[in-house]
Write a protein that binds this ligand. Structure first.
Ligand code: NAD
Length: 388
């Protein structure tokens, strides 16, 4: 029989510290398991997708075929008879689990459904989340959480009153590259934050999309893409909100952008003086900029740089120590891997009864910045943010 040498105290403390650090950053559900939670039952939780558009069909439904702790079991759609039925056939769930939007609250009587995932246009998130809470189901809503801080407050209250969890579709928080930045920020490994810059831009050149209608989108690219830059800057600042915001909106194609901004440039100022220079556009990338999809954070003694930050896969990042690589994340080139990790984490949180690491309060925090950006863009003046 071989005996294992006992570790020195230093090794033991080192291991403990590394374990504690890993645990503090681990998805919420892992923390509960390590805290001695009972073994998990094997049943996969049932997820109903509310809204069967591009993201629900292209990313979330395929991700739900790869998840270990939840599965696609139902849907709500404008078109239950055709689209709903086709989804049920394609993804193998019963037709009885297809609902019209105005019947979401009646999911209360359906024990197949544990989690409702809201993937409708931004201004509809509020009413759909409130209906989900009325159904007594746990709920995830897509970003942006709503189109105002008042929306976020209403959703948080409704879910709290109903005793259900409210989570955000913040897939980047489950990407190992982002988790490494969060770890570096949390433990101040490179010292204090000094400066950040980020851009997420696309090109929408067709009038008529709900994304260019204020009533449905709440705004232009800030609501859709800019929110990723805002969220990343808060993660790089270890969860701190900016204290002041300045912004400038531009429209180059008024025939398309009569209702919302086409481009927004914004500066976020943090309490220690660090700034984030942000850019988001529906008119293509910033001319002469560093890429349409990037994020960079400078700290006192190092940096984190994402030349590819916000795509569904192929995240590419380095720090001042070198290129980041996660060979153990075997599926990182699949364009639904972030969503599968996000969904599984939420399902485990629900099942273990521990709070999600991406709660409604996090969506609200980002929305306070979004509101300040729009307020500043009206006159170019600086807006200060008050701590909630
Ligand atoms: P989409 O246009 O492809 O789909 C929208 C869905 O909402 C459609 O099924 C449509 O029928 C339905 N809908 C219900 N009421 C509607 C109305 N009054 N007008 C228009 N459509 C209506 O949009 P999408 O790209 O799937 O985006 C949906 C949500 O998901 C948005 O909030 C968006 O920000 C979010 N999203 C998140 C990510 C991410 O990476 N997390 C990616 C894409 C979209």
């Amino acid at each position: 029989m071989t005996s294992t040498p006992s570790p020195t105290r230093r090794q033991f403390v080192g291991t403990l510290a590394a374990g504690a650090a890993a645990l503090a950053l681990a998805p919420s559900s892992t923390r509960a398991a390590a805290a001695g939670a009972p073994p998990l039952p094997t049943k996969k939780l049932g997820v109903a997708l509310v809204g069967l558009g591009g993201y629900a069909i292209g990313q979330l439904a395929p991700a739900l075929q790869r998840t270990q702790h939840c599965r696609l079991i139902g849907a709500a759609t404008r078109d239950p008879g055709n689209k709903g039925r086709q989804m049920a056939q394609a993804f193998g769930f019963p037709e009885k689990n297809i609902y019209a939007y105005d019947k979401i609250a009646t999911m209360r009587d359906n024990p197949d459904i544990d989690i409702i995932y809201v993937v409708t246009p931004n201004s509809l998130h509020r009413q759909d989340v409130l209906a989900a809470a009325q159904a007594g189901k746990h709920v995830i809503t897509e970003k942006p959480m709503g189109v105002s801080v008042a929306d976020c407050d209403a959703m948080i209250k409704a879910c709290r009153d109903a005793g259900v969890q409210l989570g955000l579709g913040y897939r980047n928080n489950f990407d190992p590259y982002f988790q490494e930045m969060m770890r570096i920020a949390r433990w101040q490994e490179f010292g204090a934050l000094k400066a950040m810059s980020g851009e997420f831009s696309g090109d929408i050149n067709a009038a008529g999309s709900w994304r260019t209608q204020k009533a449905l989108a709440g705004g232009g690219p800030v609501m859709d893409l800019g929110v990723y830059v805002i969220h990343a800057s808060i993660l790089a600042a270890a969860g701190e909100s900016p204290v002041a915001v300045t912004a400038k909106a531009t429209v180059n194609r008024p025939q398309i952008y009569a209702d919302v901004e086409e481009i927004m440039e914004f500066t976020l100022e943090f309490a220690n003086g660090a700034k984030c220079e942000g850019f988001t556009s529906y008119g293509g990338p910033k001319p002469g900029g560093g890429g349409a999809n990037r994020f960079h954070a400078d700290y006192e003694r190092g940096f984190v740089d994402f030349p590819q930050a916000f795509n569904y896969n192929g995240t590419h990042a380095m720090t001042s120590r070198g290129l980041l690589s996660f060979p153990n994340v075997a599926d990182q080139n699949d364009n639904t891997y972030q969503q599968a990790r996000q969904l599984d984490d939420f399902a485990r949180c629900v099942r273990d009864n521990v709070p999600t690491s991406v709660p409604g309060e996090m969506g609200r925090q980002d929305m306070t910045v979004v509101e300040a950006i729009y307020a500043s863009a009206k006159d170019g003046g600086k807006r200060t943010l008050v701590k909630a």
